[in-house]
Design a protein. Structure first.
Length: 238
């Protein structure tokens, strides 16, 4: 990992400090830090678009919890694929749950992986990364979903601000009929697809049903103001 680069201001009064800025395989990714409520908050920015920060994490935790709750309670050691490492909340939540078996995280940005393995985001993910059930795969999510030699009981996807608000144009194909069909085929019978979104999408719900998913529904996460975050849930037929 390269040496973290700091801006010449200190991040006080809510002003962000750029800790690292890199050109990755899909554009620019930036790690920033700001002070909020007397503590440091880290942010990930991709191609100028805010992705997520460490201020809360409720949405990322619900993504994993809702997928597990939708699985049959008697399914032994279900395998979960987390699409997008982000700031690490989803991975950390999965590792806290002893019921999960294999925990695979697919992340396409080597910089994000480095910020966890030897950077400040390790504060959230270090314990999970040490869990023998967990592995990080550096790959494009859709490519992994199409080609992985194994199936998963749950796919928990958080790589965009939602299916209607993608970070890069190439991500659109994940939410296309072909992309959703690939997700369905990567799931075991009765497996769960969970997709985080910064806003509800009736269009995406229709796309899930058209792709052959069952039990399509949306769970909301209240926010301080504005439209609630949501997790879209759907299941492959048993």
């Amino acid at each position: 990992m390269t040496t973290l680069q700091r801006d010449p201001y200190d991040g006080t009064a809510g002003r962000p400090v750029t800790l690292d800025r890199r050109e990755g395989p899909y554009g620019e990714v930036v790690l920033r830090r700001r002070e909020a409520g007397g503590r440091a908050v880290h942010e990930i920015i991709a191609n100028g678009c805010f992705l997520m920060d460490t201020s809360d994490g409720r949405s990322e935790r619900l993504l994993v919890d809702a997928a597990l709750a939708a699985l049959p309670a008697d399914r032994p050691e279900p395998a979960v694929l987390i699409g997008g490492l982000g700031v690490g909340f989803s991975l950390a939540r999965a590792a806290e749950e002893p019921r999960w078996g294999r925990i695979t995280v697919v992340e396409r940005e080597p910089a994000v992986i480095g910020w966890h393995r030897s950077g400040p985001l390790g504060e959230i993910s270090a314990g999970a990364l040490a869990d023998p059930r967990a592995e990080i795969v550096e790959d494009d999510l859709l490519r992994h979903v199409r080609t992985a030699p194994v199936r998963y009981d749950a796919l928990c996807l958080d790589i965009d601000n939602g299916p209607d608000w993608t970070v890069t144009e190439s991500n659109d194909s994940l939410y296309s009929p072909a992309g959703l069909a690939a997700c369905r085929e990567r799931l075991t019978p009765g497996g769960v697809l969970a997709v985080w979104s910064a806003r509800p999408s009736a269009r995406f719900e229709r796309a899930l049903r058209n792709a052959g998913f069952e039990a399509v529904r949306t769970e909301e996460i209240a926010v301080a103001r504005g439209v609630p975050d949501v997790v879209h849930l759907a299941q492959r037929a048993a």
